[in-house]
Design a protein around this ligand. Structure first.
Ligand SMILES: NC(=O)C1=CN([C@@H]2O[C@H](COP(=O)(O)OP(=O)(O)OC[C@H]3O[C@@H](n4cnc5c(N)ncnc54)[C@H](O)[C@@H]3O)[C@@H](O)[C@H]2O)C=CC1
Ligand SMILES: CCCCCC(=O)/C=C/C=C\C/C=C\C/C=C\CCCC(=O)O
Length: 252
């Protein structure tokens, strides 16, 4: 896929993996709409990326993915400013099983909202030009993270959603391809104080076991994997990137 001139909307773009995706897309000549709940950091990041890659190529939209009207406005603003939309990356996520209803609302319902909006604005059956949806899940979908059962469940669900919408039936109907990228342990701010993010502080031993054999990778590594899967990923495909290795397709 030639990314030059393409427009991508990325959620959770102010930090971590979403920020790495955004910078990698800019390096490849795309324009980015950075969507994040955190407007202070988001505006600052947009200024920095704009100074580096051209101000006309970067937009920040304050957007909470749990709020459908706000999310819809971010799509409208992106299309108003860039005049097109080609790629939607549902990446915003949290890991906190203590606040599991919010976790489900961000990690699963947020991806569903982003997917429905992507079809509405890019679907050929709705007057759009077609495009690509990329969802971020986690390797926890294939190897359950025992310390965070509810976080794990949201990742299973996102993979299921992507595989179903990724079927050729939906591609024929809408011209929209769907992929999912599942990183393993990545060095970001997702964990701030692990004891407070587990349902019970007793699960800390399980957290240590979950991560025992994992090599932490950088978010930049995951950003590069995104470009690779955008280039060669078939609709409905599931990609794992972990331990700093090249992305590989997961075939069940
Ligand atoms: N860090 C890791 O080891 C892994 C992360 N992931 C997934 O990658 C995605 C990104 O996570 P990281 O970059 O690690 O986290 P992060 O905490 O570094 O960044 C997440 C970003 O999402 C934003 N955000 C949070 N709630 C939001 C909401 N309601 N609406 C809009 N934006 C919101 C935050 O403000 C932040 O900028 C998540 O879906 C996470 O589950 C998957 C596997 C491993
Ligand atoms: C093994 C399952 C991998 C799934 C990863 C995932 O979805 C969520 C990971 C959450 C947090 C990663 C954040 C930071 C990583 C940095 C250091 C980890 C140190 C591990 C430890 O011993 O505490």
């Amino acid at each position: 896929m030639d990314l030059k001139g393409k427009v991508a909307l990325i959620t959770g773009a102010a930090a971590g993996i979403g920020l790495a995706y955004s910078e990698e897309l800019l390096k490849h000549g795309a324009k980015v709409s950075l969507c994040d709940i955190d407007s202070d950091i988001g505006e600052q990041i947009a200024d920095e990326l704009g100074a580096k890659y051209g101000r006309k190529n970067v937009l920040f939209c304050q957007c909470d993915v749990t709020d459908y009207p706000q999310y819809e406005e971010a799509f409208e603003m992106t299309i108003k400013v860039f005049n097109r939309l080609d790629i939607v990356i549902n990446n915003a996520g949290v890991m906190n099983d203590r606040f599991w209803e919010l976790e489900v609302d961000v990690n699963l319902n947020g991806v569903i909202r982003g997917t429905l909006l992507a079809y509405r604005f890019m679907g050929k059956d709705r007057g759009g030009q077609g495009g690509t949806i990329v969802n971020t899940a986690s390797t926890a979908f294939a190897r359950p993270q025992v310390s965070t059962p509810i976080y794990t469940a949201t990742n299973y669900a996102v993979v299921g959603l992507t595989r179903a919408y990724g079927d050729q039936y939906h591609v024929n109907l809408t011209g929209v391809r769907s992929l999912v990228l599942c990183p393993g342990l990545t060095d970001t701010g997702l964990v701030k104080e692990i004891r407070k993010q587990l349902m019970s502080s007793e699960y800390e031993a399980a957290w240590q076991r979950d991560n025992a054999n994992c090599k932490t990778q950088s978010s930049e590594h995951v950003g590069r994997a995104l470009i690779e899967i955008l280039t060669k990923g078939q609709s409905g495909s599931v990609w794992v990137v972990e331990n700093g290795q090249a992305p590989r397709e997961w075939r069940g």
